[in-house]
Design a protein around this ligand. Sequence first.
Ligand SMILES: NC(=O)c1ccc[n+]([C@@H]2O[C@H](COP(=O)([O-])OP(=O)(O)OC[C@H]3O[C@@H](n4cnc5c(N)ncnc54)[C@H](OP(=O)(O)O)[C@@H]3O)[C@@H](O)[C@H]2O)c1
Length: 295
Amino acid sequence: MNILIIGASGFLGYKAYEILSRKYKDERKIIGTYSNHAVDKLLPLDITKQSSFDELKKRLKQMNAMPQVVIHTAAISDVDYCELHPADADLINVQGTMNVIKNFDCKIIYISTDFVFEGNRGHYSEDDKPNPINYYAKSKFEGERVVQKHCKDYIIARVAVLYGHSMNEKKFVNWTIEQLKNNKPIRVVTDQIVTPTLIDDIVNALDVLINQNAKGIFHVAGSETISRYDMAVAVALAFNLDKKLITAVPSSEFKQPAKRPKNTSLNINKIRNLGIKMSSFKEGIIRLKEQLEKK
Ligand SMILES: NC(=O)c1ccc[n+]([C@@H]2O[C@H](COP(=O)([O-])OP(=O)(O)OC[C@H]3O[C@@H](n4cnc5c(N)ncnc54)[C@H](OP(=O)(O)O)[C@@H]3O)[C@@H](O)[C@H]2O)c1
């Protein structure tokens, strides 16, 4: 089986490339792509350009590596950028996803987000109806619809607040560690509740879903529901940093272009019933700490 990871120069995509390449060294061809940020061993692909797909497919055929599975992680994942540049969000998150489907007639794994829910109650299951409240989430949900409409064999994996050790570490947990290490005070919201997800766990879950030939929508999130403020405090405790640097604030104190949903925690019973284990946030940051210490 050949697996193509689109967006392998990104935070989640690179972790998937790293773990799957190591695990399937001699058994499967694992190919990854980058777009603007070239990374050693990855091939170029811009999902907005047909000529770029043509070039990639030529290379894959020469390498005898046309995929049976595509893990499509590429997106504009900056929520405020999407609010301010909706045409770019449509081009990459929606049209780009359509282009991936048109070019690869195989199993497509589309990485989506907890933000497809409006966040009024949390603990959302796969049967709950999405109702996105900002443009990023609308474009990701539209991407889901494109996948459902045009793909015969797909997995939609909804993930939430990613953390871990990878490429492009400009994420909330990594930022919190950095600020606290540098003794910088931070203000963190108490009224955004999430199920933060260790990227290593997502890759393991996708691997199991691929091997079980699973199909449909799956919530692939951490097993602990927690506020952003409590995440920051847990990080301070795990990394022996000063938690007094963290001030709890309501999200109304931040003037951000895109609205943030209040509680988009995900119910993960469906993947649990398939035997997939997802770490709690406290377990996950210990693993992250071990990885950063080995660096
Ligand atoms: N980060 C989160 O907390 C979070 C939460 C929920 C869901 N998600 C979803 O999870 C997925 C991965 O997120 P992430 O945080 O790992 O993203 P990321 O670090 O921002 O990486 C995005 C990737 O997309 C690629 N890309 C961007 N535009 C492209 C284009 N036109 N053609 C081809 N590739 C393009 C980037 O390539 P270059 O860098 O080389 O340009 C990069 O590899 C996304 O689908 C996101 O919506 C993320």
